[in-house]
Design a protein around this ligand. Structure first.
Ligand SMILES: *Cc1c(COP(=O)(O)O)cnc(C)c1O
Length: 435
């Protein structure tokens, strides 16, 4: 038995009525009719407020970690609200550029950047490259020189274990990311970069993990990084991203503002000069709570152990439960304020038992086939990690604000899925493109 869905898990503009919920002044029931299900609905007010909060709380150069959710509309919105964009691949870089975000607003990450990725970023005047390996330094050496200059940060591993899932922990020594401070690798990278023509080493970067609720990890990491930074002139220290968000009833997380205040306090107590820019790159904390996913219930199956409620999406639009065992809430959009006594496991339509969206969900009595249900807090790492498993097309994404809905990504159709096929009925040579 669970009470009604806690409104704090919904986007900022949510209004819970007796028989519907509105986001940005738009009815979820009407959105499902108009765009079909599954459907991602993002509240622009929440997105803008979180971007603005991060931009105000940290210093210039603070970026939205676009891997959490990226499309052209999101790239533009983050920029409009004062953030730079952290991109980790040529593909993410390209989405931002096509959306009109200048390279000077992009921060290029990645533990294995290709020469092509580096070359485009250097050519176009990227804001920062966050250097991650000695091989990357070699590649940069051949790219920059007398005609080009590049601003870089060095990604260091402070040797701090964040309290979070093993797969999203990145600050520890045994990691594929960054240069270890403890082993001297970071010092060696700094020495090399400072001697290179065309490279301006601006500072240090660390990122200790994701879905972090305790600010202590940031304080510890900051102290290690600040001590290392004290050895040479540094203009910027980036604390990366990773701030957690509540997904289910009973969880709570620090705000972006509280996080920034903790970082500033750590900087002060470590004696970091106030002229040094303190930047960050939150992803999840910007977008997670801004969205909900709408699904239609298709079948209900009772087995002795439990009730399975199957919806028209699944692990293809939200792989986090199967990847990390993540928990979510579910609510009946038509009865959002009612108590939820009915225990269900919400599953998708994929051919795997692991295809679970909500392992232990609660819904009002009687919610069943044909009803519209929603999972809140699906704005981060849902669409971004979506797949076409079982040849299920990816859902559309709408942004809502001021009583209007704007389609920003349309539904992936069978034609879209077929677009990569080379004509299977053509003779082999023609199919291989050699004919
Ligand atoms: C993933 C990542 C982020 C964002 O992480 P969130 O947990 O979404 O805030 C920021 N910086 C780097 C380097 C990352 O890899």
């Amino acid at each position: 038995m669970a009470g009604p869905l806690p409104p704090a898990l919904l986007p900022d503009s949510a209004q819970v009525g007796e028989s519907d919920v509105t986001l940005g002044g738009v009815s979820l029931g009407e959105l499902a009719e108009r765009f079909g299900t599954p459907l991602f609905v993002y509240d622009e007010a929440t997105l803008r407020a979180r971007c603005r909060e991060a931009a105000d709380a940290f210093d210039e150069g603070t970026a939205y970690a676009s891997k959490a959710f990226l499309c052209g509309a999101m790239a533009r919105l983050a920029r409009e609200e004062g953030l730079w964009l952290d991109v980790a691949t040529g593909g993410e870089y390209d989405v931002a550029r096509r959306a009109g975000v200048p390279a000077s607003r992009l921060v290029l990450h990645g533990n294995n950047k290709s020469s092509a990725e580096l070359e485009r970023a250097v050519d176009e005047g990227v804001h920062r490259v966050v250097v991650d390996s000695h091989d990357e330094i070699d590649r940069l050496g051949t790219l920059v020189g007398s005609h080009r200059v590049l601003d870089v940060l060095v990604r260091v591993t402070p040797g701090v274990e964040a309290h979070t899932h093993e797969f999203v922990r990145t600050g520890q020594e045994d990691s594929k990311f960054g240069f270890s401070i403890a082993t001297g690798a970071a010092r060696e990278a700094v020495t090399r970069l400072r001697q290179m023509r065309g490279i301006r080493l601006r500072g240090l970067h660390s990122h200790i993990g994701s879905q972090i609720f305790e600010l202590d990890g940031y304080r510890e990491a900051f102290a290690v990084v600040a001590a290392f930074a004290g050895e040479w002139p540094v203009e910027e220290i980036s604390v990366g991203g990773g701030l957690g968000v509540p997904y289910v009833e009973g969880e709570s997380a620090p705000s972006l503002t509280t996080w920034a205040a903790a970082v500033r306090a750590a900087a002060q107590s470590c004696g970091v000069p106030s002229a040094i820019r303190l930047t960050a790159e939150p992803g999840r904390a910007i977008v997670a709570q801004a969205a909900i996913t709408l699904y239609r219930v298709g079948t209900v199956k009772d087995v002795p152990q439990r009730r399975y409620l199957a919806v028209d999406g699944g692990m293809s639009d939200n792989p986090r439960p199967v990847l990390y065992g993540s928990g979510y809430e579910v609510f009946d959009v038509g009865r959002p304020a009612e108590a939820r006594p009915q225990a269900v496991r919400v599953v998708g339509k994929h051919c795997e038992s692991g295809d679970v969206l909500v392992e232990e969900g609660w819904l009002p009595e009687g919610t069943g086939v044909g009803d519209l249900v929603a999972t809140p807090v699906t704005g981060a790492y849902g669409y971004a990690m979506a797949s076409t498993y079982n040849r299920v097309g990816r859902p559309p994404v709408v942004f809502v604000a001021d009583g209007r809905a704007r389609l920003v990504l349309r539904r992936e159709t069978f034609d879209d899925l077929a677009a990569l096929e080379v004509d299977p009925t053509a003779p082999p040579d023609a199919a291989a493109g050699l004919g």
